[in-house]
Design a protein around this ligand. Structure first.
Ligand code: SF4
Length: 353
């Protein structure tokens, strides 16, 4: 239901379905667009037409906050016109654009600053054009491998049961000598991807965290245990597996919280998962702009963003961010790496930042 009151958003166990769908007319020229129209008609979800996603109007809500929440439950089905891919260094060469926006409500989500006032979810029906462009990028770089990241602007697993586009990308990349795919998710709804013919060319990563962090700061994503169980299924399907542990966050009892995370992970993953496993470690950070937006969207957040307890790290273009002070960051890194070595001695820690 579209929200008109400000109830807390809960963790999401069932796959997401939007409350409202907009179609760009051009989307109906594609088989996927037609299929999606039928799907939403059958589900009885309200459908409206819009000349372009920029013209989406009428998302209900009596104030900005309600509109923001309702927008995150609104889907726009359209055609991807910009087929120039953004770069996605250092973990991939390019971002492959299969969707933008997300129904999750992670308080620290980077999309809050990058998507501005358009937080609705967009999916693209011209997946063949997108894959053809990816092929062009690979051809230009071969014999070097070209890596594509599919989660730069969205969480593609959370909407996969609707479009099937991620499976198309995985199977396409499975056939490419010079291409690799990677993405990260906070959703456990992986079943449609388990039988994809990936040929080991896709690294399936989960964003994981201590239960406390997921419960308090990641509403409308999959709960802790379901995410870990999903990772077990993905490992069982033979995908190269990875975990982004982010944001690493110092809460009361964080050592115990993260210890439990790695114990659970080790108990749940099949043994063969440990042989090709990567970890990426990212400490919590925020910018002044992000802090303002977070406080506006989640006014009761418990997320600690006290500049005095942090260290300012200058970034590119003079835009810096607040990270933990050196001793705190070092302690986080040392503790988490120790848990990883203890439970997954063969895993590769790609970086801590
Ligand atoms: S699941 Fe990922 S993309 Fe979605 S809100 Fe959370 S951090 Fe953002």
């Amino acid at each position: 239901m579209l929200t008109t009151t400000e109830k807390p958003v809960k963790q999401l166990s069932k796959p997401f379905e939007p409350d409202l769908v907009f179609f760009e007319p051009g989307a109906l020229d594609y088989p996927l667009g037609k299929r999606l129209m039928k799907r939403f008609e059958m589900l009885g979800i309200p459908i409206r037409m819009t000349t372009s996603h920029n013209q989406v109007r009428g998302i209900p809500g009596e104030n900005d906050l309600q509109q923001y929440r309702n927008a995150k439950r609104t889907l726009v089905v359209g055609v991807r016109k910009t087929l120039t891919f953004d770069t996605s260094k250092p973990s991939a060469e390019y971002a492959i654009p299969i969707a933008t926006g997300c129904m999750g409500h992670c308080h620290y989500c980077y999309l809050q600053t990058t998507m501005g006032n358009k937080p609705y979810i967009r999916v693209y029906v011209n997946i063949d054009d997108i894959l053809a462009k990816a092929k062009e990028y690979m051809e230009k770089r071969k014999p070097q491998i070209t890596r594509f990241e599919a989660a730069c602007t969205s969480d593609p697993v959370g909407i996969e049961h609707i479009t099937g586009n991620l499976k198309r990308c995985i199977e396409f990349m499975g056939q490419q000598e010079y291409g690799r795919l990677r993405f990260v998710t906070k959703f456990a709804h992986v079943d449609p991807l388990l039988d994809a013919v990936h040929n080991g060319k896709t690294r399936f990563r989960f964003s994981i965290n201590a239960d406390y962090v997921i419960k308090n700061f990641e509403p409308a994503t999959s709960p802790f245990l379901e995410r870990i169980q999903a990772a077990g299924k993905v490992a069982g399907a033979g995908y190269p597996l990875g975990f982004i542990v982010a944001p690493l966050y110092r809460f009361d009892g964080w050592q115990q919280g993260y210890r439990e995370l790695f114990e659970r992970l080790s108990d749940t993953l099949p043994d063969e998962a440990g042989s090709d496993l990567t970890f990426e470690l990212i400490q919590h950070r925020f910018t002044k702009t992000a802090k303002n937006i977070i406080q506006k969207h989640y006014p009761n957040t418990k997320l600690e963003m006290n500049e005095e307890e942090r260290q300012y790290k200058w970034g590119r273009y003079g835009r810096g961010k607040y990270v933990y002070k050196k001793p705190d960051a070092a302690e986080l890194q040392e503790t988490i790496e120790q848990y990883i070595y203890q439970h997954f001695p063969a895993a590769k820690i790609e970086y801590f930042t």
